[in-house]
Write a protein that binds this ligand. Structure first.
Ligand code: ZN
Length: 253
């Protein structure tokens, strides 16, 4: 083959390669987009999707159903390919504020993969300015439009608060005391609602009350989040995890 023909041959092959690569790349990008939801362009040029609150809640419920019934996805999105795609940016569909307790990692309980949940954790899923800052970062600068505040069965932090009220001398370090003291209002509210409540039930109800208080604090402390919630663009709900069944119950705060 003459040299000029050889050059043309390589140019044609390279062109075909680019066309095939481009078709595969954009097909993959298209598959990631849910046409039912509004799409916007990310800062680095990639396309990200905003999942509306109702749809996000459905997705969390479906993921938890898979977890509870032992039918978790073989790969919920934790592969090498997913890691590479996520280098372009993140577009989580929900923000989760949960307790740090090692027995219920939200990604496992919701059968979720990398880049799907924006998770904030601390003992007793408590409210603080720093927690609010993380939530605002996610809601105002990224995609999640559903915020879930999640407590759980047999929470050690809430149990500590109940114990602290009954035996103040049980206090430990200043930092640990601060954690349990933040939960005392929730214990007092739960105790006031039923004065004959058992300790086990008091811990459960105080956990739910704490979730409600934290949900309210988030909205009361953040004008932009309040505006988004008022216009229906953002939803905040409470949740309670049953450690034995793995089931997450959602409730309005
Ligand atoms: Zn806990």
């Amino acid at each position: 083959m003459r040299r000029s023909n050889l050059t043309v041959f390589f140019i044609v092959i390279a062109g075909l390669g680019l066309v095939v690569f481009g078709a595969l790349y954009f097909r993959h990008q298209k598959d990631d987009i849910d046409p039912e939801n509004a799409a916007l362009s990310g800062k680095d040029g990639h396309t990200v999707v905003v999942i509306q609150p109702e749809k996000a809640l459905e997705m969390l419920k479906a993921g938890n159903r898979r977890y509870v019934t032992g039918s978790r996805m073989k790969d919920p999105g934790v592969s090498t390919d997913t890691r590479k795609i996520l280098l372009k940016g993140q577009a989580p569909f929900a923000t989760i504020l949960s307790c740090s307790d090692s027995r219920f990692p939200p990604e496992v309980f919701f059968d979720a993969g990398l880049g799907q949940l924006f998770v904030i954790r601390n003992a007793g899923n408590q409210f603080s300015v720093d927690v609010l800052g993380s939530i605002e970062y996610a809601s105002l600068h990224s995609t999640p439009r559903l915020i879930v505040v999640m407590g759980h069965q047999a929470c050690g932090a809430v149990t500590g608060a109940v114990k602290f009220i009954r035996q103040p001398e049980s206090g430990e370090t200043p930092a640990l005391n601060s954690v349990v003291c933040n939960l005392i209002p929730a214990v007092l509210i739960a105790g006031k609602k039923d004065v004959n409540i058992t300790e086990e039930k008091l811990i459960e109800e105080a956990t739910r009350e704490n979730v409600r208080l934290v949900c309210r604090s988030i909205l009361q402390s953040s004008e932009p989040l309040r505006k988004m919630a008022a216009s229906g663009k953002l939803k905040i709900i409470g949740a309670y995890a049953d450690l034995e069944s793995g089931k997450i119950e959602f409730f309005l705060p």
